[in-house]
Write a protein that binds this ligand. Structure first.
Ligand code: HEC
Length: 147
């Protein structure tokens, strides 16, 4: 293993230089206000926090903690999106967002019901494919308000 390390580092360097030299972001832009961007990214960090808590709690078989982490980012949050922001979000974004909230709600339901942690880990893995799909497709940019 030891002898392979330098080659591995070389490959890593190559990958990172390539990424830096081709750094144009051609994902679809969603124009939002500064406040909307802050709210959206806060929600994102809550998603990441909840995912980590669910993973840790599933591994230690703590079903109450799983529900406590998943429920607040479930369908309840979906209803909180202001209409003005909803109008700016492309259909595909809305669909992936709904699937993500529903995924967390299903995890919370499984935790408070049968509490099968293997199933919950599978649900989490499926849910995370929506995170990945959306990140690959969209970016937020703050629209400059004309003075
Ligand atoms: C419906 C689309 C969508 C879904 C679903 C989604 N995200 Fe995001 N997320 C975004 C976009 C767009 C950004 C901003 C990316 C950019 O502008 O470069 C973002 C940014 C983030 C960030 C960075 C936050 C910051 O403070 O900069 C994190 C962390 C994140 N997402 C986690 C997640 C996790 C975890 C999930 C799934 C549980 C998830 N997201 C699901 C669209 C989505």
């Amino acid at each position: 293993m030891k002898t392979l390390a330098p080659y591995f580092m070389l490959v890593l360097c190559f990958i990172s230089t390539q990424a830096w030299s081709e750094s144009t972001d051609d994902r679809e832009i969603i124009w939002v206000t500064d406040a909307e961007k802050t709210a959206l990214l806060t929600e994102m960090r809550n998603f990441l926090g909840a995912s980590q808590q669910i993973l840790a709690a599933a591994l230690s078989e703590e079903v109450d903690a799983i529900e406590a982490a998943a429920r607040p980012v479930g369908v309840k949050l979906m209803k909180n999106t202001p209409d003005a922001l909803k109008a700016k979000l492309p259909k595909g974004f809305g669909q992936l967002g709904s699937k993500t909230h529903l995924g967390f709600e299903n995890i919370a339901d499984e935790a408070s019901g049968m509490g099968d942690t293997t199933l919950i880990l599978q649900q989490l893995a499926t849910l995370q494919t929506h995170c990945i799909a959306c990140h690959a497709r969209y970016q937020f940019k703050v629209a400059q308000i004309k003075k």
